[in-house]
Design a protein around this ligand. Structure first.
Ligand code: IMP
Length: 204
């Protein structure tokens, strides 16, 4: 029997590997945009994470003859009215780096007391097939923005995202530890469960 094929709609190898390792036990063949040829790329124009994940998933699923998984994620800081939000990747400027994004956040919330520096990482995932949505997942993780960077692991805003239950920033956690509590890790656990049950009630 041919295995179902799943396309992860990302060119980010790190993200693709993370998702592949979560789905390792599921009997599907997993690809990402780096493994296949697509002439068009999807422009992210949505106003919320779920809009972007949904449109991206549907965009690729119209051409890809299998399952398509799209993800959109980012950081929302309460005292900045939810910014950087969907602009997380390019918060400082169109050619942003993680460092410049972090420095911009630290400057904008300089002087705000610890208890008001609440923030969350959000992750939205959408699975679709042949232009139809099969399932949508939204997960988040709550924390605080620190006054300065701490830790060297991870990427993006990890060095300034403090996670109180572990008393560490995400950049101080091993990737396994981070995945066990992070927005993306939580969403991937739900996706794993979805596939485990999906085996009993196939979608055609
Ligand atoms: P995109 O989902 O690739 O468009 O980018 C989301 C952006 O949000 C990343 O470039 C990071 O700046 C930020 N982000 C999302 N997830 C994480 C995370 O787990 N740690 C740190 N930053 C993250």
């Amino acid at each position: 029997m041919n295995k179902e094929k799943l396309l992860i709609a990302t060119t980010n190898q790190g993200k693709a590997n993370e998702i592949k390792s979560f789905l390792a036990r599921i009997p599907i063949q997993v690809f990402c945009l780096l493994d296949v040829e697509f002439n068009e790329s999807f422009p992210e124009t949505g106003k919320i994470f779920m809009d972007n994940a949904r449109s991206k998933s549907l965009f690729y699923s119209k051409t890809w003859d299998g399952l398509t998984l799209a993800e959109d994620s980012g950081l929302m800081i309460d005292s900045l009215s939810g910014s950087p939000g969907i602009l997380s990747a390019r918060f400082s400027d169109p050619n942003a780096t993680d460092e410049r994004n972090i420095q911009k956040v630290l400057l904008l919330i300089k002087g705000i007391p610890q208890e008001k520096r609440t923030a969350k990482f959000i992750c939205c995932m959408v699975l679709s097939k042949k232009g139809k949505i099969i399932t949508e997942i939204t997960e988040h993780v709550d924390g605080y923005i620190t006054n300065k960077k701490k830790g060297t692991f991870g990427f993006g805003y990890d060095p300034i995202f403090y996670y109180p239950p572990l008393k560490k920033t995400f950049a101080e956690l091993s990737s396994d530890k981070k995945n066990s509590v992070s927005h993306r890790g939580r969403a991937l656990k739900k996706l794993q469960e979805f596939f485990e049950n999906w085996g009993q009630s196939p979608i055609s």
